[in-house]
Design a protein. Sequence first.
Length: 135
Amino acid sequence: INSVFKEEGIEPAAEVQINLYDYQQLNPHGGAMRMLSHYPDISAVICVTDNLALPVYQVAEQMELSVPEDISVVSLDDQPVSRFLSPPLTTVRQPLEDIGRRLAKLAESYAEGKYLGCFSMVPPRLIVRKSIKNL
């Protein structure tokens, strides 16, 4: 993620990640608690799934932080739950139907002995809701 920020001319204040251990142990809440406690001046969190944004919201509320006034939260997936959080979660929608169609076409070409190549760009769509602070 840092390289993407740098390409856009954005220098993150800190690189923070919730350890994979937290997710595997079904303890993303503990990971979010450690992250927000260890970096009290953090202004934004990017979550790899909408489900991991949920504990960030919960911990922020426990710490009396307001989304988005104190901390912005953005995620990936655009799961239905993202619309019902308070405030609704800004997320990136991945066009799963388009991806599925392209994969099916690729599988079909392999079955016919053809090779279409594996590289394919399917642009995601940013769904802006109310979990990010306008600067």
